[in-house]
Design a protein around this ligand. Sequence first.
Ligand code: AMP
Length: 394
Amino acid sequence: MQKMTVQDIDIKGKKVIIRLDFNVPLDESFHITDERRITSALPTIRYALSNGASKVILMSHLGRPKGTGFEKDFSLLPVANRLQELLKEKVLFLNDCVGPAVREAIAKSSERVVLLENLRFHKEEEKNDPAFAKELASLADVYINDAFGTAHRAHASTAGITAYLPSVAGFLIEKELLYLGNAINNPKRPLVIILGGAKVSDKIELIKNLIPKANSIIIGGGMAYTFLKAQGINVGNSKLEKDKVDMARDLMEQAKKAGVEFALTSDFVITQDFTSDDCKISDVIPDGWQSLDIGPRTIKRYEEILSKAKTVVWNGPLGVFERDAYAKGTRAIADYLASLKDVTVIIGGGDSAAAVAKFGLEDKMTHISTGGGASLEFLEGKELPGIAALNDKK
Ligand code: AMP
């Protein structure tokens, strides 16, 4: 880790402000349906408390409010309540994140832990507005960023604030960079990459960056059909990005030149109607049909490749896993990965993490990233502004 972490700085007696990613999914009754983002934040919060920070001020966004003030649907109150239970310590929840009332409430509070209301109730947050960043900074003496899920965004609370305070990484960011970084830059080989999800256009940069690093690349999900089309295979009404067919051909040529095995879907679970669960397994996709999952022969082929792997990185589901009729391929590969011994298995965030959670296999994976977009950008080889802005190790 090139950046200073919370262990490289003295926080005793200091007020620390920690940016976390508490962007958790809520149901209609405001119950948290997946609390991993809260539990992953606990090590840094607990460390700050047990190392004598005088105040631990927490901040996050939740969802996509308009940026024009309070909206109940996006309040962090449910997070404050759950956090209090997990920490077994009272959390003071404030109804805003900046302003004199916030400053006064923090100064007067007897609680050690404070959670500020959703940063994105202020449009200045996403604009990385310097005055807003300075206001946030004025609440504390030290800034800790542990919001891996938003590290790919240069916002006031992830980038701007670092101009005003000593700025270090928390344990979650440190862990994410270690696992994701080692997996692609220093992996035990063979390194097998599994890519799925809806669109090729979202993953082109990723594939380009991974071709020189991987031993094998497995392509499934909706993006496979653009590659199959590039090989002259009929894909019927399956997901296809016509304007990316040439790019797909080019990527396959690059892989071939680099000696990287490139495995595509070779049998299909097809339907005539996307909304119907009426489907069949087929070696071809006739006109009027579309493929929504990988077939059994493809599963077997992918498992053969994975059986040799020492490191696996998986980003994107292999079918429409949200629906049981089309979840079999994604589930089979998740089960297979869960059964592997002595293999490092890294699940990129977003939908692949949701799939692994749906199948109850989270504990069987080496690391599941808490960042969808952030892990994608990191694996693409891009610099994450929220991490670049932190102080370098001395
Ligand atoms: P992404 O956000 O790019 O990772 O895409 C995830 C989405 O891709 C999920 O909602 C899946 O339902 C969808 N998906 C996976 N396979 C297919 C497919 N064969 N056809 C259409 N959508 C798919």
